[in-house]
Design a protein around this ligand. Structure first.
Ligand SMILES: O=C(O)CCC(=O)C(=O)O
Length: 189
């Protein structure tokens, strides 16, 4: 993509937003209730951590949205070819020690694989709910927005110190077939 990021304000239809809010929170509760963090997993990197990788392998609701015509319409504005790769539920529970150090998404993939992250914002992101910084600057994001983040754009986020969960869902596609570890593979566009 041309710019490091773009914010598509209020683009998620209300019923999709509600479905994703519910599904991501259910996944996080499943992860916590079963004390899975740190255990080996057959999703993504092979170990459960606080974010849930390839979430739509577990959630049929998220799978429908990750592969939907709605996403196709948005993704096709940025990518002439797109492959499934990862959809990650990022739910920060109240006071959970869950923050992202400065990183760019492509650093976690093999050299040459380029990702674009279409992050569904499911709750408002404020300095208190997990300050989101892109290239060093805080950005305000609202429930219903999609943050389109190029895989080379440096970003980070803080802990959620509010008393409510803060949910986001990263729908990530690659410009070439990833065919890599246990992530998704296959053509979307
Ligand atoms: O939701 C967040 O706080 C950050 C997520 C993130 O950095 C990522 O998915 O790469």
């Amino acid at each position: 993509m041309q710019k490091p990021y773009e914010i598509l304000e209020g683009v998620i239809p209300k019923d999709y937003l509600e479905k994703a809010q519910k599904a991501t929170l259910e996944l996080k509760n499943w992860l916590l209730d079963n004390a899975l963090i740190g255990k080996s997993s057959n999703l993504g990197t092979g170990r459960y951590w606080r974010g849930i990788e390839t979430a739509s392998r577990i959630s049929p609701v998220l799978h429908k949205l990750y592969t939907s015509d709605f996403m196709k319409g948005i993704v096709s504005k940025y990518m002439s070819e797109a492959y499934y790769y990862n959809d990650q539920a990022v739910v920060k529970m109240p006071k959970e020690p869950f923050a992202f150090p400065s990183h760019y998404d492509n650093q976690y993939a093999p050299t040459g694989l380029h990702q674009i992250n279409f992050m569904w914002i499911l709750d408002d992101i404020t300095p208190e709910s997990g300050d989101f910084k892109i290239e060093g600057t805080s950005v305000r994001l609202k429930a219903g927005d999609i943050l389109v983040l190029d895989g080379n754009t440096v970003h980070c986020s803080g802990k959620n110190v509010t008393d409510k969960p803060r949910r986001a869902w990263a729908c990530v596609y690659t410009t070439t077939d990833p065919n890599y570890l246990d992530f998704f593979s296959g053509r979307f566009i």
